[in-house]
Design a protein around this ligand. Structure first.
Ligand SMILES: NC(=O)c1ccc[n+]([C@@H]2O[C@H](COP(=O)([O-])OP(=O)(O)OC[C@H]3O[C@@H](n4cnc5c(N)ncnc54)[C@H](OP(=O)(O)O)[C@@H]3O)[C@@H](O)[C@H]2O)c1
Length: 247
C-alpha cells in the first residue's frame, strides 16, 4: 500500500499524523501556494502534477495504491483531476471533506453561486466589507470600488492587489472572541465568505450572527460524484486501519 494525500485543509494534517502513526507508506502533496506550509510527519512533494496525465503518471511511477483528496472544497481543478486520473489508473480515491455549513437561527445569509454573484450582491451604499476569500478570487470586487475592504491572507500578498484594501496576514484557526474583536474594531458591515465547512474557519460566521451582520455566502462548486467521508477516522477505516480519534 502507498497512499497519496492531496493536502490543503487542516484535516489533511491530522490525517498525515494518523497515517504516519499507523506506519502506512504515504506521500503528502502540497499545492505549493503557501510559503511556509505546516511540517508533515510524512515525505512531502509540492506543486502541480501537470494536469490529469501528470497525476496519472505520478500514480503509476510512484506505485500509488490509494489517493486521498484532502484539498479545499473550492480547489475543484485538483479534485476533478484526481477523479479522472484515478479512473484512468484504476486507483481507489476518497475525498475527505467536511459538510458545508448550514444556516442557524439568527444567521443572515445571502447565497451567491460564485464570486461574481457575491460582488454583485453587495449594497450600493459604501460599507466596510470583510472579504474572507482567497487572494486569487478577489478581482471581481474591483468593480465595487465604493466599499472599504479588509482582506485576510496566510502570506503577505506578492505584487499589487486589484484594488486598495487593508490586509491582515494571519494563518488561523480563528477564535470567536478574536473574530468579534476584529469585526467590531474595523466596523465591518458585510462579510463575504465561501462555504468551506469545518471548524477552523467557522468563527467568523458565528461572530457575524452574534453581531447581526449579513454574510454573502458563496456556495461550493459542483463536482462529479466521488466517494466522500467527513472524518479522518473514516479515511483510516477506508485504508484498513483503526485510529484513537473520536470523529
Ligand atoms: N481554493 C481555496 O480557496 C483554497 C483554500 C485553502 C487551501 N487551498 C489549497 O491550496 C491549494 C491550491 O488551491 P487552488 O484553489 O489553486 O486549487 P485548484 O484550482 O483546484 O488547483 C489548481 C492546480 O494546482 C495544483 N494543485 C492544487 N492542489 C494541489 C495539491 N494538493 N498537490 C499538488 N498540486 C496541487 C494542480 O496542478 P496540476 O494540474 O499541475 O496538477 C491543480 O490543477 C490546494 O492544495 C488547496 O487545497 C485552497
Amino acid at each position: 500500500m502507498r497512499a497519496l494525500i492531496l493536502g490543503g485543509i487542516a484535516d489533511a494534517n491530522v490525517l498525515a499524523v494518523e497515517i504516519a502513526r499507523a506506519g502506512i507508506d504515504a506521500v503528502y502533496s502540497y499545492g505549493g501556494r503557501t510559503r511556509a506550509p505546516a511540517d508533515q510527519p510524512l515525505p512531502t512533494r509540492s506543486g502541480g502534477f501537470g494536469g490529469v496525465s501528470g497525476l496519472a503518471d505520478t500514480i503509476r511511477r510512484d506505485g500509488i495504491t490509494h489517493v486521498i483528496d484532502a484539498t479545499h472544497p473550492f480547489a475543484v481543478e485538483m479534485s476533478r483531476n484526481a477523479i479522472e486520473a484515478c479512473a484512468q489508473t484504476g486507483t481507489p480515491l476518497i475525498a475527505l471533506e467536511r459538510a458545508p455549513w448550514t444556516k442557524a437561527p439568527g444567521d443572515s445569509w445571502i447565497d451567491a453561486a460564485d464570486v461574481d454573484a457575491a460582488a454583485a450582491a453587495l449594497s450600493e451604499a459604501p460599507a466596510n466589507v470583510f472579504l474572507a476569500i482567497g487572494r486569487q478570487h478577489i478581482a471581481p470586487f474591483a468593480s465595487r470600488p465604493q466599499h472599504a475592504y479588509t482582506l485576510r491572507f496566510v502570506d503577505p500578498p506578492e505584487g499589487a492587489l486589484p484594488f486598495a484594501a487593508d490586509v491582515i496576514v494571519s494563518r488561523g484557526p480563528f477564535t470567536l472572541d478574536g473574530e468579534l474583536e476584529m469585526l467590531r474594531a474595523r466596523k465591518i458591515a458585510w462579510i463575504v465568505a465561501r462555504n468551506s465547512g469545518g471548524d477552523g474557519a467557522r468563527a467568523k460566521i458565528d461572530a457575524a450572527r452574534l453581531l447581526g451582520l449579513p454574510v454573502i455566502m458563496i456556495s461550493r462548486p459542483e463536482l462529479p460524484e466521488r466517494p466522500r467521508v467527513e472524518s479522518v477516522t473514516e479515511v483510516m477505516q477506508w485504508l484498513g486501519h483503526r485510529t484513537c480519534l473520536g470523529a
